[in-house]
Ligand binder design. Structure first.
Ligand code: TDO
Length: 188
């Protein structure tokens, strides 16, 4: 099997571990394969790939797009390290307002599947950290929304104090005030 799929504490969020083939030249790994992902509770088509670079302490998030342009995201860190967070914001979900986080790095090569209905964010733990992620719907700026990273109702334990934020992310609302049209449908 080229991948291991491990559901996290919120089981719709899945940690994906690729099989890495190392040899004297370097390494090879598959980073996405439709048949394997579809057979392991990630039945989506991906339509856009993104790439960002961040200095240490940059925090991007927490972001989501409203329905009908809700995005699932397959996130990977190809240089440096991030602490990657997914927050369940599906109304009626047993995990509403709960979060899970994992470290993704150049070294561990792990990927995080963040389904539609989750807010997503990460903090870069090293300078020059590069993140690439596939998304299931295209960017729709008019439906782009966010939640403030340090919302006390979420209590996310970020590993960095005083992060570097975009102007937009400094002004995001709390979850309780954020526009959100996700409804939990018992996805499991
Ligand atoms: C996300 C995105 C941004 N942009 C543009 C808009 C803006 O001028 C510039 C930077 O956008 P942002 O400040 O929103 O970029 P950023 O803060 O990196 O936003 C990203 O954060 C992570 C946590 C996510 O989960 C992503 O879905 C996305 O929301 O890039 C696109 O053209 N396409 C896109 O898909």
């Amino acid at each position: 099997m080229p991948f291991e799929f491990k559901p996290l504490e919120i089981p719709d969020v899945i940690l994906v571990k690729p099989k890495v083939f190392g040899d004297e030249r370097g390494f090879f790994m598959e980073t996405y394969k439709a048949s394997e992902f579809k057979a392991n509770r990630i039945p989506y088509d991906f339509v856009q790939d993104n790439h960002s670079r961040s200095q240490r302490g940059v925090l991007r998030g927490l972001h989501y797009q409203l329905r009908p342009m809700e995005q699932g995201k397959l996130v990977r860190c190809m240089r440096g390290r991030i602490w990657d967070v997914a927050v369940d914001i599906r109304k009626g979900s047993p995990w509403y307002g709960k979060w899970v986080a994992v470290e993704l790095s150049e070294e561990n090569k792990l990927m995080l599947w963040v389904p539609p209905g989750f807010a997503h964010g990460f903090v870069a733990l090293e300078d020059g950290t590069e993140v690439i992620y596939k998304v299931t719907k295209e960017y729709a700026p008019e439906l782009d929304r966010g939640i403030i990273w340090n919302d006390p109702d979420l209590g996310i334990e970020w590993p960095i104090e005083d992060p570097i934020l975009s102007e937009k992310d400094r002004k995001q609302p709390r979850l309780r005030d954020a526009e959100n049209n996700f409804v939990y449908g018992g996805e499991l």
